[in-house]
Design a binder for this molecule. Structure first.
Ligand code: NCN
Ligand code: DMD
Length: 351
């Protein structure tokens, strides 16, 4: 992993435009009208550009779920009690959360990484990378130290590299973290330099009074911490959370290893905004999945120049939307390996 420096772009490998062009030609030559597979074709081209080949590696899929707690939950910004982070980590490993069920259907391996859960409890299979027992309350001061922010990125990076070395072709990121839509809004507001009102959402479905209070808490956290908007590490340390750092590290590792990484919802977008500040071209290596229902999603996606493939009003998190994209990759593989070409059929197609 390279050293991350302010105002010095992190170096990523060049994107494989030749492989992308070759994939577009393969798509054009399949036995169908040109462009008729719509955005599935664009997805194929995107994947070829990242993997630097038209022989796409799509089979082995791994979801990395970074789980952490947030000191800001004492401000009553969530509808969910804090213990849900640790409880759902156990349920996820036992196969009973939304994403665990979807992952089973999608033949996706799930790793749950405790990067900062506020509990000493553990479960078989829970990866222990705990930096601290939750962050500090961002409404009163910084969430973590700069060293802890860098540590979170390193953990995410090492976790992703290990998954790639173990044979993962495709990575995805998800999270568990009660209160993290408050943190994600603060991170997004700092990255986008926009008012909190544009990026605070209903999270785990809070009612109007809590929603107003949540906006005030995000505003307060930005005022009290004054994050340096040019410095992703400063934003992460002051108003972020450990799972955001884990995701940033996984994104950097995936891009460096020419491995596509599928984003999930608003927490992923906020992490991607941080990664974009570190490595401005990183978004070309990421694969969006869905438009999260969380307010602020469209604004964040615009800045990331990412156009998700579907919109189901999802806002579960956990990696659910990312895993829902995975069957499409199997479908793409079937198209690439089983379809006739126009040449096979001796058809001259003129449009
Ligand atoms: O992915 C999203 O866009 C998303 C939107 C709303 C909520 N979540 C999930 O809900 C939890 C945070 O909600 P909250 O209200 O406690 O901030 C956390 O575990 C997230 O994974 C996730
Ligand atoms: C049960 C439950 C599961 C979740 N997963 C992500 N956020 C969640 C919030 C709740 C309440």
């Amino acid at each position: 992993m390279q050293t991350i420096q302010v105002n010095k772009p992190y170096q990523l490998p060049p994107l494989a435009d030749q492989a992308a062009q070759a994939m577009q030609e393969i798509m054009n030559g399949l036995a169908k009208p040109v462009a008729s597979l719509g955005r599935l074709e664009e997805l194929a081209v995107r994947l070829a550009r990242i993997e630097a080949t038209t022989k796409l590696r799509l089979q082995h899929k791994t979801l990395l779920v970074f789980a952490a707690d947030h000191g800001v939950t004492v401000e009553h910004v969530s509808a969910t009690p804090k213990k849900v982070t640790i409880v759902q980590a156990g349920n996820m490993l036992a196969g009973h959360t939304a994403v665990a069920a979807l992952a089973q259907a999608a033949h996706c391996h799930v790793q749950v990484i405790d990067i900062g859960i506020d509990s000493a409890h553990t479960f078989p299979g829970l990866i222990d990378a705990k930096i601290a027992y939750g962050t500090h309350n961002i409404a009163l001061g910084p969430a973590m130290t700069r060293a802890q922010a860098l540590q979170a990125i390193k953990i995410g990076y090492a976790t992703a590299v290990a998954a790639i070395n173990a044979g993962s072709d495709i990575l995805a990121v998800g999270e568990l973290g009660v209160g993290n839509t408050t943190t994600a809004a603060a991170v997004a507001a700092a990255c986008l330099q926009c008012p909190a009102t544009e990026v605070v959402g209903r999270g785990s479905n809070i009612a109007d009074a809590k929603f107003k209070h949540k906006i005030a808490i995000v505003q307060q956290s930005l005022k009290i911490n004054q994050p340096d908007t040019d410095d992703a590490i400063d934003i992460l340390a002051k108003v972020g959370g450990f799972e955001f750092g884990g995701k940033v590290g996984a994104m950097l590792a995936a891009a460096e290893h020419q491995t596509p990484l599928i984003l999930d919802g608003f927490i992923s977008y906020a992490a991607a905004l941080l990664a974009q500040k570190i490595a401005p071209t990183i978004t070309d290596y990421l694969v969006p999945s869905h438009v999260s229902h969380e307010q602020g999603s469209k604004r964040a996606l615009q800045q990331l120049r990412l156009q998700p493939y579907f919109d189901l009003n999802l806002c579960v998190g956990e990696g659910t939307g990312a895993v829902m994209l995975m069957p499409w990759l199997d479908e793409l593989n079937a198209i690439l390996t089983q379809m006739n070409t126009l040449a096979d059929m001796d058809i001259i197609y003129k449009h």
